[in-house]
Design a protein around this ligand. Structure first.
Ligand SMILES: Nc1nc2c(ncn2[C@@H]2O[C@H](COP(=O)(O)OP(=O)(O)OP(=O)(O)O)[C@@H](O)[C@H]2O)c(=O)[nH]1
Ligand SMILES: [Mg+2]
Length: 319
């Protein structure tokens, strides 16, 4: 199917949500030429949105908090996009958000847009697709883009690390806080949220975190620690205030646009190299060079390093 990029971009300007959804699909999974055209058209319009990354272990309440934050931002008349990467179930993930937002009288609200995105299955992987999806949402004029990813997997973490403000959600009884932080989910978030503060153990988790931060394992800027009960909307305004405060504390460096751009460039470049390496034809056969080399490696005719050297050499010659 041919993609009429100028028509889609014009429709996007008119606030057409189907055009927005289509443009997201193109940058996530479209043909290279189409992705290139969409990004070229939208990049000059982007650069205004605040990107907030929300991560944490499975089940800590990221989606509930994200939906509650979307509601709080709407109350301030900000336009909000949510990008939920790899929700446990795309359908219930979306439905859950829909429910929460509806609870706050935001159904039919064209100031909220929710997009779910699988972490796997994209041609170029999450590293290339997610920053481009954020770019499209930014260009669509949303004031805030909330990116929710579960804190497992390097590419998921990279997506959140490139946000302007990062939020790590923890919950009592989900493992020791210090361990969670040290596991490298996100080394230094801007805001630690202790969600499910209605459960026992929130106080202990907060003091563990505070002592960890007292040890100075946080660089120059001390992250804030906020408790909330996302499911009841309690403490959500405080979470938002903490997010805002971090951004203003950093002043002109509040936008980590360059970090995001770096992730986007590296994601695309890696994708191009990977696709090139995978698709390189075998000069002596019908299959790919990679398959031919892999067979030789498996038969102990050549070692994997030598094979990689050959593959790269062939790719460079072709490129
Ligand atoms: N008691 C209590 N339950 C909560 C709170 N916030 C969320 N929950 C519940 O915790 C469960 C998981 O919430 P989600 O928001 O789906 O958590 P998540 O981190 O997005 O989960 P994944 O996307 O699967 O990793 C749901 O049943 C929520 O209703 C809270 O503050 N207190
Ligand atoms: Mg979720």
């Amino acid at each position: 199917v041919a993609v009429d990029v100028p028509a889609l971009v014009a429709a996007l300007d008119g606030g057409d949500r189907r055009a927005l959804a289509r443009l997201l699909t193109v940058v996530e999974d479209g043909a290279t030429e189409d992705r290139r055209a969409v990004v070229a058209a939208l990049h000059p319009r982007a650069g205004r949105a605040r990107v907030v990354g929300i991560t944490g272990a499975p089940g800590v309440g990221k989606s509930t908090l994200t939906a509650a934050l979307a509601g709080a931002l709407r109350a301030r008349e900000r336009r909000v996009a949510v990008l939920a990467v790899d929700p446990s179930s795309p359908r219930t993930g979306g439905a859950l958000l829909g429910d929460r937002i509806r609870m706050q009288d935001h159904h039919d609200d064209d100031g909220v847009f929710v997009r779910s995105m699988a972490a796997r299955g994209h041609l170029g992987g999450l590293a290339a697709a997610a920053p481009l999806a954020v770019l499209v949402l930014d260009a669509a004029g949303f004031d805030d883009v909330l990116v929710e990813t579960v804190g497992v997997g390097q590419s998921e973490i990279e997506v959140v690390a490139a946000a302007d403000t990062t939020v790590l959600v923890l919950a009592p009884g989900m493992g020791d806080a210090v361990q969670a932080a040290k596991a490298g989910i996100l080394e230094v978030p801007d805001v630690f949220v202790i969600n499910k503060a209605d459960h026992g153990g929130a106080g202990r988790l907060a003091s563990e975190l505070t002592s960890m931060l007292d040890l100075g394992e946080h660089g120059e800027e001390r992250p804030s620690v906020v408790r909330c009960v996302a499911v009841r909307g309690e403490g959500v305004d405080e979470v938002l205030a903490a997010i805002d405060a971090r951004a203003s504390a950093r002043g002109s460096a509040a936008r980590r646009g360059a970090a995001r751009a770096r992730a986007a460039v590296l994601g695309i470049a890696s994708e191009v190299v990977r696709r090139g390496l995978v698709g390189l034809p075998d000069p002596d056969g019908r299959g790919t060079a990679l398959d031919a080399l892999a067979e030789r490696v498996d038969e102990r005719g050549i070692d994997p390093f030598a094979a990689a050297d050959l593959l790269l050499e062939r790719w460079r010659r072709d490129a």
